[in-house]
Design a protein around this ligand. Sequence first.
Ligand code: SF4
Ligand code: SF4
Length: 68
Amino acid sequence: MGNAAEKKLPRIEINARLCKGCSICVDFCPTNVLEMRGTTAAVKDLAACTRCQLCDLRCPDFAIQVFD
Ligand code: SF4
Ligand code: SF4
């Protein structure tokens, strides 16, 4: 019986034009939220995101942003 606000998923935005496909975000994500699809990072398991912001902080190209 959790309340709806606690279960709200984060929003992850990946800018495909800025993403150079280095896969740093995929490698640093502690809960395997992200994956590479071709040369662009993509969200594979949004529910696993802990909002730690590591992907956002580590991306050299400011291509990925995590919003609460
Ligand atoms: S770290 Fe940034 S540039 Fe590298 S794959 Fe992830 S989103 Fe793309
Ligand atoms: S905020 Fe943390 S848990 Fe969520 S996708 Fe980025 S690195 Fe993974």
